[in-house]
Design a protein around this ligand. Sequence first.
Ligand SMILES: Nc1ncnc2c1ncn2[C@@H]1O[C@H](COP(=O)(O)OP(=O)(O)OP(=O)(O)O)[C@@H](O)[C@H]1O
Ligand SMILES: [Mg+2]
Length: 272
Amino acid sequence: MDAMIQVRDLRKTYRMGEIDVPALRGVSFIIQRGEFVAIMGPSGSGKSTLMNLLGCLDTPSGGRYILDGLPVDQLDRNLLAAVRNRKIGFVFQQFNLLARQTALENVALPLVYLGGVPGEERYARAQQMLELVGMGDRLHHRPQELSGGQQQRVAIARALITQPALLLADEPTGNLDSRTSTDILALFEELNAQGITIVLVTHDADIAAHAVRVLAVHDGLLDSDTSTPRRSVNGGAAAVGHDHPGDARSNDGRRLDRSGGEHEHLDTNGAG
Ligand SMILES: Nc1ncnc2c1ncn2[C@@H]1O[C@H](COP(=O)(O)OP(=O)(O)OP(=O)(O)O)[C@@H](O)[C@H]1O
Ligand SMILES: [Mg+2]
């Protein structure tokens, strides 16, 4: 077994003055290295809360989280930041690029935080990453001089420059038209084929269909965990007889199994 993410009974309660807001009420699952997982669920169901925990951007109120063998639920904020810098790339709906910096500078920035990479090498690697995402001819453009899809490519290059083992994307195509979304999805599939583990939040069933496995979140709990037939961006052939790929219950419920053995699976209600 080669687990990238193991969460058990993960919880997050936000404190709003006197009121507790239980955003995640105990979710358990394992994501293996190399998987491409979509997280779906209605607005307010806890998807971003879960992503922020998986991305070490926030600490859980309870439960366990083991990331690539490291018990990150026990780390303080400084160590958490170090783990995040080394292991995780994050892509957001709003791109979150620095407006005054060029594409090249934006992409090189995580290497500053990582430390130990000389300036010249930072920019060389940033250029390589931008070329990888098809932005080699826009190195010196600032975000407002780029289209939405181009900005998201820059954001993806920035997420990849530290060579993270895990790419987390929260509604990465939420602000893009469907054509551009398809291009971005193709890029994710390519990265996944190269071995990077991807977890992506989406409202869009068509987008979720690019994932091999869909976790459905509802009201702070994991509702279902299903594998889906893979549909490739340019082909579409794999989606045989599967008109509603986002409906996690409409397929045969097979679990992803790369190893030939049983897919390890914790009880989704956290009781196991
Ligand atoms: N910082 C916060 N403080 C207090 N409550 C929060 C905070 N962040 C989220 N919540 C609450 O937690 C619940 C889950 O929010 P979350 O952002 O995880 O939902 P989501 O599934 O990502 O929704 P969407 O699809 O709209 O992005 C919501 O009820 C929300 O109001
Ligand atoms: Mg959200």
